[in-house]
Design a binder for this molecule. Sequence first.
Ligand SMILES: Nc1ncnc2c1ncn2[C@@H]1O[C@H](COP(=O)(O)OP(=O)(O)OP(=O)(O)O)[C@@H](O)[C@H]1O
Length: 350
Amino acid sequence: MANITLENLNKSFGKSNVLNDINLEIEDGSFTILLGPSGCGKSTLLRILAGLEEESSGRILMDTDDITEKEPKDRNIAMVFQNYALYPHMTVYQNIEYGLKIKKVTKEERKSIIDNVLQMVELKEHAQKRPKQLSGGQRQRVALARAIVKRPGAFFMDEPLSNLDAKLRNHMRQELIELHQQLKTTFLYVTHDQIEAMSMGSYIIILNQGKVMQQGTPKDIYTNPQNLFVAQFIGSPPVNIMEMGEYKIGIRPEKISMTTEVVNDSFDYCLEGELLSTEQLGGETIYRVQTDYGKLNVKTPSEWEAINGTIKLHFAKRNLFFFNTDGDRVPPQYHLLEDLEMKQEVMMGS
Ligand SMILES: Nc1ncnc2c1ncn2[C@@H]1O[C@H](COP(=O)(O)OP(=O)(O)OP(=O)(O)O)[C@@H](O)[C@H]1O
């Protein structure tokens, strides 16, 4: 297919600017996620790319081909929506067959294509059922099958899993990852769910208030956030923020090591605190600790022993993020943490 490029894309509804000067490149064959809070403009961006909404200004290219003015049907993409959009009076088979009939594919060919895709989405035994006889996950798979048989150059998906319960959503996430690996076609996937984004995406674009806040691989986004918004949007529990002077210092809950009494000299800094609460999540434990720099969350692999006494929190220089008052990432300001440095005499245990 092709790389999709967005150049200086803007969209306003009346006086409100919903997308502000968006420049992006969506790589051919990638599983790209548009992630952001409700109302940030994700769906509008996807709809403009699909040709379902008109941009106020800017261009969309497929490689070097300008498709800005093209009709949706001429853009070689397939949309999958949250509400499935299946025909209720048709069977699963007929729902998938419909688009192929319009394309004048012969009956035998249709049968072979549909048998194949039903196998792929594991719905073979449900072919003669109507949508209302299926579960939410099965309906979503029919919608996917219908998109797959179009053999589009890219799949655009708008929160396709948000109507499913948590367990089914987890399952469908894995299925989508496998489907992408089989099809090797571009997936452009809209969600507000950071877990979906991190677990499925090969590339994540984070939007806020119609602007791109950061883009990169899940690892880039998580380990090297460029601003406070991105740092706080990704991660559960969210990044801890310590306010020091004009700066905000971020550290992820799993990058803090907690001990009682003992000082761990393999870290650069030590901070004392008082345990406020303990949350056992099965595979991991989350502690909330009151310190002089606010309440901090600490995430550790499961620890079933109750903890009492003075809490010591340890962390390393390399895991800190520094932000200025505008929320932009700035170079490290280690002098702010001088008071927390591990002192030689403490390290010696005296
Ligand atoms: N047709 C429209 N007319 C006027 N305003 C609109 C229209 N469509 C969207 N908007 C506004 O544009 C903004 C972005 O909407 P959009 O649906 O793109 O956000 P989103 O990030 O997809 O949110 P959500 O996750 O809640 O679906 C919102 O403030 C919304 O109210």
